[in-house]
Design a protein around this ligand. Structure first.
Ligand code: HEC
Length: 129
């Protein structure tokens, strides 16, 4: 039994630690496919038309709403991001729940963004319109 623990414990610790890194890596690929044409490679968007993701106050203050916008397609009405109004609409991209989690983990840890919160597939799955 002791040998079994010695053998499996390091594996468990590493797989825990790597899951966020793997998610961010997957998210980077998804971002380049689905998001980059609007939010741009630097995550800054287009002032007044496409909101920034880099250092976006909205993203942190309205995390759940942001994830729902990815899941169900955009946000009704206008939003204010870093003091600027946005009233265009993000389209629905048809991402799976695990892909939404990955791309969220990527944007929450890019361009100077930092988050202690890890978004999981289970969390995205539970969100209702
Ligand atoms: C067609 C252009 C377009 C694409 C593609 C797009 N977005 Fe958006 N995004 C928008 C617009 C416009 C808004 C403003 C919200 C609204 O009114 O729907 C927005 C809002 C957001 C927000 C919340 C506001 C903020 O700035 O924090 C997040 C987060 C976000 N997008 C992430 C993404 C991610 C991740 C992808 C790729 C999976 C993506 N977007 C793809 C146009 C786009």
């Amino acid at each position: 039994m002791r040998y079994l623990l010695v053998f499996f414990f390091p594996f468990f610790v590493f797989s825990q630690k790597d899951s966020l890194e793997i998610s961010i890596e997957n998210g980077r690929l998804l971002y380049d496919d689905f998001c980059v044409r609007c939010h741009l490679p630097n995550g800054k968007g287009e002032i007044g038309i496409i909101p920034p993701l880099a250092e976006s106050d909205f993203l942190y203050k309205h995390m759940e709403e942001s994830i729902k916008a990815l899941k169900f397609g955009g946000i009704d009405g206008e939003i204010i991001v870093n003091g600027v109004k946005y009233n265009s609409r993000m389209e629905k991209m048809g991402l799976y729940d695990d892909e939404i989690a990955d791309v969220m983990n990527y944007i929450l840890n890019s361009w100077g963004n930092k988050s202690d919160k890890i978004i999981t597939e289970e969390y995205v799955k539970k969100l209702k319109k």
